[in-house]
Design a protein around this ligand. Structure first.
Ligand code: NAD
Length: 319
């Protein structure tokens, strides 16, 4: 297969590169290296079936040609991370929405209509805190999320674009609502909790828990995420689907901090930090986030291989 991965030098994207290269596919990565790093692709740089272009999806003049070459496109290029979402709201909206639209337009205008896998997010569920989150439920974007609202809006817009291009122009789209994804190569400086906790625990520094720690999240190892995503794309074929991709084991952030301390054999203590102090603005954090995975499991038979403990141990080893 011919696989195009925008944002392929990033965290999730580089694991998708590994998966498709191991299978012998032709893989082309486009990434502007704004948060991704070339080192994530080092294992493949010399392979004849691998190609990398450092380029911005908003402006790259070769995008139409490469989209026309691809059988499947993973569109992951986006501005991510709470710190950047708060600091650069216009860039979030412009990159995430215009980048997606440009890619879908290229897919529409080429002769062959490639399958497009779009990276959406559990953030589209907003403050829908009471439930296990199912693809069919109403989305509730809420101003309680503060400026983070911009990221949710950008992902909802991407979903709308994907559905529209699918219905009007026959482009098969898999819209993947990623829940918190963790694992090797994720960097903590944009606000991701697990790499931050691991780095603090390994250095025996205080673990900084933002916003009380009673809020829950469900963490999926990226090595499971990419297998699930590929399985979903394969089983969808020429159909369009919205699907939750994640892990349904739920853990509070305070319990996560305790778990990381225990796995690292660390003497770290826990330090509570208010959201305003952590991010420079007040917002109401999402209290609970757990995916209903019945659609993913029903369509693909997918099962997780990595427990949260295994993921944390692997991160401790490389820290
Ligand atoms: P990441 O920052 O590691 O990956 C994003 C990649 O896109 C980076 O390599 C970056 O350099 C690249 N990029 C950004 N703007 C670009 C542009 N204009 N042109 C070309 N490349 C550009 O983050 P990630 O965690 O791997 O996220 C991948 C996708 O998954 C994103 O769309 C993100 O919104 C989505 N997502 C991730 C999670 C998660 O838990 N990691 C959860 C929900 C959704």
């Amino acid at each position: 297969m011919h696989i195009l991965i925008t944002g392929g030098a990033g965290f999730i994207g580089s694991h998708l590169v590994d998966l498709h290269m191991a299978r012998g596919d032709q893989v082309h990565v486009v990434d502007d290296l704004s948060t991704g790093v070339r080192a994530n692709l080092a294992a493949h740089e010399d392979q004849p079936n691998f190609r990398f272009d450092e380029a911005d999806v908003l402006t790259w003049d070769q995008l139409d040609r490469v989209v026309g070459w691809a059988d499947r496109i993973y569109h992951l290029a986006a501005v991510v991370g709470v710190y950047r979402v708060i600091a650069e709201p216009t860039k979030v909206l412009a990159t995430n929405i215009a980048g997606c639209e440009r890619l879908l337009r290229a897919a529409r205008d080429g002769g062959w209509k490639p399958q497009v896998v779009l990276a959406s997010s559990s953030e589209v569920y907003g403050h829908n805190d009471e439930h296990i989150l199912h693809e069919d439920q109403e989305l509730t974007v809420s101003t309680r999320a503060g400026t983070r609202w911009g990221y949710s809006v950008s992902k909802i817009a991407d979903e709308a674009l994907g559905l529209s291009y699918s219905q009007r122009f026959g482009i098969p789209a898999v819209i993947s609502r990623f829940f918190n994804t963790v694992g090797p190569r994720q960097i903590g400086r944009y606000g991701m909790v697990v790499p931050r906790f691991v780095a603090q625990a390994v250095r025996n520094e205080p673990i900084t828990v933002f916003g009380g720690g009673a809020q829950t999240r469900s963490f999926c190892d990226v090595r499971d995420t990419v297998v699930a995503l590929d399985a979903m794309a394969t089983s969808s074929g020429r159909e369009t689907h919205i699907v939750n991709v994640g892990n349904d084991r739920e853990i509070s952030i305070r319990d996560l901090a305790d778990l990381v301390i225990q796995r690292a054999g660390s003497s770290s203590t826990i330090k509570d930090v208010a959201l305003r102090e952590a991010y420079g603005e007040d917002f109401e954090d999402i209290r609970r986030r757990r995916p209903d995975l019945s659609k993913l499991r029903g369509m693909t038979g997918f099962e997780h291989r990595f427990t949260l403990e295994q993921t944390i141990d692997d991160l401790i080893d490389v820290e």
